[in-house]
Write a protein that binds this ligand. Structure first.
Ligand SMILES: [Zn+2]
Length: 267
């Protein structure tokens, strides 16, 4: 049985895929991964994601500037991003957010960039793909504020928190605002057992699956490259953790991804 899945977070443009990108895309299709969302982290990779989407069926793009790149981001980049975002293959603004773990860039610059991009997403009425590491304390109030304004009340779901590893209380806050929670293969790492209790409590209709490839490969591939076909392994892990069937989880998470990114249903 082939189960339809969507890898909602892949960095397909990265150089790790340069030698065999088409093979990677083919393997994903064979594994039942019918859609891949290729994620931008700066202007160049956003453009690359669009190019990949134009030349490969089933691939869609997001455009955005990652907090790691906040130092070199200027307000004028927002008009370039806006231009890219108007391309029909673009399904979201992302990945955007705050990263206080590495803190490659000072908090103020990260927050400023995030606010510019939130404003852009609102103006273009696009959902957002969020990255948050050890920064909930600042991110939650910013999002609460963002959610309170404008036309967003009518346009839920608002976006997704990718690679979620917080506790249930934080998950509920995001869900309450109108966000999905996305999980990757890291939920199967021995060090991630403490997440399982919360994962069991997140309603299936709020979950997405992703790889974040080439990063965060499944346990048995650690040390090597991750790729979209491996989203299947996350499905298996989720079935083991929640006691749900793979088929049920796949159907629900795929339907959620269609809804969030407003994808057209395949014939
Ligand atoms: Zn990412």
């Amino acid at each position: 049985m082939v189960i339809s899945l969507i890898d909602t977070h892949a960095h397909l443009d990265m150089r790790e895929f340069d030698s065999d990108r088409l093979g990677v895309i083919c393997r994903a299709k064979e594994a039942g991964v019918e859609r891949i969302i290729s994620i931008g982290i700066d202007l160049l990779s956003s453009e690359a994601a669009i190019n990949l989407s134009e030349s490969n069926e089933g691939i869609f793009a997001t455009v955005g500037i990652h907090p790691h790149n906040a130092k070199e981001a200027y307000k004028r980049d927002m008009s370039k991003l806006e231009k890219l975002a108007s391309h029909p293959c673009v399904v979201a603004i992302g990945e955007i957010g705050l990263d206080y773990h590495y803190q490659l860039v000072d908090k103020q610059s990260q927050i400023r960039l995030l606010n510019w991009q939130l404003e852009l997403a609102e103006r273009l009425n696009l959902p957002i793909v969020l990255h948050c590491r050890e920064a909930e304390e600042d991110l939650l109030p910013i999002l609460t504020n963002w959610c309170a304004g404008g036309k967003k009340k009518d346009s839920k779901p608002l976006g997704v928190i990718h690679c979620f590893s917080g506790d249930l209380e934080i998950a509920r806050k995001y869900i309450g605002m109108g966000f999905f929670i996305s999980l990757g293969a890291y939920i199967g790492y021995p060090s991630a057992r403490h997440l399982h209790k919360s994962i069991r409590q997140i309603p299936l209709d709020k979950l997405l699956v992703e790889t974040d490839c080439p990063f965060l490969p499944p346990q048995k591939y650690r040390g090597s490259r991750n790729e979209p076909a491996f989203v299947k392994i996350t499905l298996q892990a989720l079935a083991d953790i929640t006691g749900n069937t793979q088929k049920n989880i796949a159907q629900r998470t795929t339907a959620n991804a269609y809804q969030l990114f407003k994808l057209e249903v395949m014939d």
